[in-house]
Design a protein around this ligand. Sequence first.
Ligand code: ASP
Length: 337
Amino acid sequence: MKLLLIYTGGTIGMIQSPDGDLSPFDFDEVIRQVPEIKQMDCEIDTIQAWNPLDSSDINHNHWIKLANILNDNRSSYNSFVILHGTDTMAYTASALSFILMNFSKPIILTGSQLPIGVLRSDGRENLITSIELAMTKRGDNTPAIQEICVYFEYKLFRGNRVFKRSSQAFEAFSSPNYPILADVGVHIDVHEEYTLSPEKNYFFEPEMDSHIAVLKFFPGIDEAFLRNTILNSGRNAIILQTYGSGNVPKLDFLSDILDEARDKGVLIINTSQCPGGGVSQPAYAASRMLRHSGVLSAGDMTLEATITKTMWLLGRRKQGKVFEQLFLENLVGERTI
Ligand code: ASP
């Protein structure tokens, strides 16, 4: 068994500087803090993707770079573990799930809330168990995990179904709309019925268009702000974060703005401010207008999956009906409704 451990940065590899801030230190030091990984029953190679970054500095270009590293090494390794900051881990996991469609080998992202050098750090367990999970096999000797996941605090999540729920708790991630893929206690319990077994061919499409915007509704939102963001910001797609199951206030100017956007070829997507449940258009009269204006429902996708799927489809020059069809389809387990 060969595993590639990729380091991108994040709290797991940070150290406190004299002025009290946390900043990244290098990978050899991270590895020195976990000598146990040398005793694991697999050959582990390590690679640093770039100078370690706080994950708030990560953008679509880093996803493409990371995806290229994974693609280039796909046939040389059985599995992959990525050390990543927690702040944007869910975005990276979602983006990779689209770019590396049907990769069919375990790719597990993990990190920690406390640096690995700190006595109470959660990083040691997160790292060691991620490696174990990446090596776990099914009865037929195929990998138990064949998709992109996030492992954190005794739980394995589908990568394009998680979001960061807490900046302080060790249980930093949650997947409200899809079951956990594995629970870790004394035993590692993989819930096979929820895992993916890709049957389609692997394809690698490392293109992302970041010319999008997220617009969150709030009580009192006004016409000038909506008009400027939707029509005058030069975006190719606008993701509306609406209330509850996808509702918006009755504002007469809104349908005019959305019609104008459609005529200009700006895609409009409806996602909910509620992390659990998602959008069901139109459950209420308050969302009927959106459907009539051709707004696409993000269903129960996370905001992270919605953003990265939109960037990826636009990056691949998918427009109009083709965009619509692929966006509404469940491509890699990212949506059920
Ligand atoms: N700011 C850090 C990062 O995302 C937080 C963490 O890793 O937990 O890189």
